[in-house]
Design a protein around this ligand. Sequence first.
Ligand code: ATP
Length: 253
Amino acid sequence: MAQLAVENVTLTFGGVAALSGVSLAVERGELVSIIGPNGAGKTSLLNVISGFYHPKQGRILFEGEEITHLSPHAITQRGIARAFQNIELFSGLTVLENLMLARHTHLRYGLLQAGLFYGRALAEEVRNRRLVEEVIDFMELEPYRKALVGNLPYGVRKRVEVARALALSPKLLLLDEPMAGMTLEEKEDMVRFILEIRARGTTVILIEHDLGVVMDISDRVYVLDFGQVIAEGRPEEVAKNPRVQEAYMGVEA
Ligand SMILES: Nc1ncnc2c1ncn2[C@@H]1O[C@H](COP(=O)(O)OP(=O)(O)OP(=O)(O)O)[C@@H](O)[C@H]1O
């Protein structure tokens, strides 16, 4: 059974179909990329998987359970976290505070429980802090942990955005253009982090415009065009597909 199954999903905005009849299956531990020209529906697909939009038709299953109409919060709690294209961090808070806040907001245990079982809440907080420190270490953000996010260079903020999603201990990580606007060196670092995240067993779905990176690191690739899947397969198969070459003609070098 696929860990994530998107079945025949259609999403429309005032008559315009951002997604029409999209199906996709991702196995646990896979690194799957979604590519396609601008406006093809890539971000819309992440939006329906993460519960920001609900499809007009079709359904989405995660680990065998239907999540199609759940809220983003409920979906995060089931183990799907997302790093946003337009960084969603609090610029007036430190890196550490942003990561702790993400855990608190999304994975909050009941307030009543915290009130009744003070010891348990404290233990939970110690665990949160330990997990967040592990993520900071893993993403090599140690030098910035007490820095205000708003003061950090763009490339580091992109890394903190991925760290924020990782702080939620996801089983499936959705990455929306995590390398956009980065220098070559920053991109290489991000590629290394993504490969390590996958090596640790986390499933990754990646939207990325840099086809060189996509072809290098993906287990499989889905190609969207005008809201439809026009090709799927291993990177080398997809690259040879005439429909893909046509969709990209003049778009990518
Ligand atoms: N909130 C919205 N309201 C109206 N139309 C939308 C909305 N979100 C997306 N769309 C439309 O849906 C289509 C797919 O957009 P989407 O952002 O998913 O594409 P994309 O492949 O992620 O593009 P890009 O590579 O430019 O980010 C586009 O025609 C877009 O204008």
